[in-house]
Design a protein around this ligand. Sequence first.
Ligand SMILES: Nc1ncnc2c1ncn2[C@@H]1O[C@H](COP(=O)(O)OP(=O)(O)OP(=O)(O)O)[C@@H](O)[C@H]1O
Ligand SMILES: [Mg+2]
Length: 486
Amino acid sequence: MRVELDKISKSFGPVQANRGISLTFEAGRIYGLLGENGAGKSTLMKILSGYQTPDSGRILLDAVPQQFRSPLDALAAGIGMLYQDPLDVPPFTVLENYLLGQPGGLAIPRRTAADQLRQLGQHYGFDVHPHERIEDLSLGERQQLELLRLLSGGAQLLILDEPTTGISAEQKSVLFNSLRDLARKERKTLILVSHKLEEVQDLCDQAIVLRQGDYVGGAKLPCPSRKLVNLMFAELPRRAPRPRPVAGTPQLELRDLVVRTPRLALQPVDLSLHAGEVLGLAGLEGNGQELLLRACAGLLPLAGGELRLAGQRQPRLDYLAARKLGLHYLAAGRLEEGLVSGMTLAEHMALVSQNGLFVDRAASRAQTRRQIKQYQIVARPGSRVEELSGGNQQRVLFGLLPDDAQLILAEHPTRGLDLRSSDWIWQQLDLRRREGAAILFLSADLDELLERSDRIAVFSGGRMSRLLDARQTSLNELGHLIGGGA
Ligand SMILES: Nc1ncnc2c1ncn2[C@@H]1O[C@H](COP(=O)(O)OP(=O)(O)OP(=O)(O)O)[C@@H](O)[C@H]1O
Ligand SMILES: [Mg+2]
């Protein structure tokens, strides 16, 4: 199938997300769609997959113009999309979710369908268990299931919007191998939306770059990454140098801290984090680093040991009490935990600054306008947070960070962000640390861990390594430790 986009335009109020974009996609090829946060990538792909309608422009499949009214329309025509945020239904089982997208739906006999699903999974190299519940699956497994649903629905063109954000390295290599097979053996067309240039270079045949709603160029891959960066950013983001650590007073002290969940027990942790210091937590997903961060934020109970915040012992820490002591937690799930979908920027501001029962709407709108300016957020006070691009959502989260935060716990602070926004986030964090805040963060990006931390702790099977000096550690060493090496 040959897919053409012909002069696609789409605006949201004053924002022109796509301006007359024309592109052609050939069968059997893998395309990488690149561009900074807010460039219009997701919008263009949502239009191609029937999730949104363009203001003007046409979609042609094998030269025949199409009118998609819904994602189901598009899938019937052979176009399927894996969204940036999963759209499955958590309380259901894997099988039920799969059936929801099939013609005939829940009326198909369960046993037949379960066998079908297992076989389909095997064919594409995914390990699926039809009777597991969606809420027990990892993000990577949910993606695999969604891909199977799209493939069994007849997708010829598959769009993956930032599929590797939040999945493990192993799941990524499984995913990429199946994508290569889909293109080479089954002649499917694939479009990968990503911020990770190495990924795009590794997987894709051709890059397509958008900037502020315009198509600005393409390149056959592999090509020098410099070329792609130049296309993506009108001006190159400049890396701010890492500040030297200043040893301040201890903000967080852990002695033999133990945390347990049904899946994993965290072995006793000893650690002190001082004002002005940045500690990075490394490890494959599910090895205990998330537990440590959440326990320190008062979001998981302690099963033993001692935790002190700013010198005060906290036998039973809860998040609200911790906030009063200057702790602030930035969740990785921006839309699930960090922000409230459906609420506007001004309402968020009112929520965090509210004293007592009454909300001063005029004041919160004015405050939001200042915030928008200071944090360079592309939005209006009345925009709902789910409408913003990933980078802008992260800026909003930072806008809600109180001035007096002494201990900042950040889960994947730059996940899904482009170079410029990532750098901006770290400028904000470095500013806070210069003012004396201590920062504990979690990341799956080894370069980020090495460049941004003073010290790094590596987690493997619930055990924390000794602390490494980030300036003395190489990428190889860190990778080796994360893989479970001694
Ligand atoms: N439903 C919507 N309502 C209002 N504005 C929107 C909506 N969807 C997108 N926008 C705006 O359109 C622009 C393009 O957004 P889009 O999500 O397509 O960017 P993106 O390239 O996918 O960015 P990211 O890399 O952050 O995911 C952004 O300024 C965004 O805030
Ligand atoms: Mg997007």
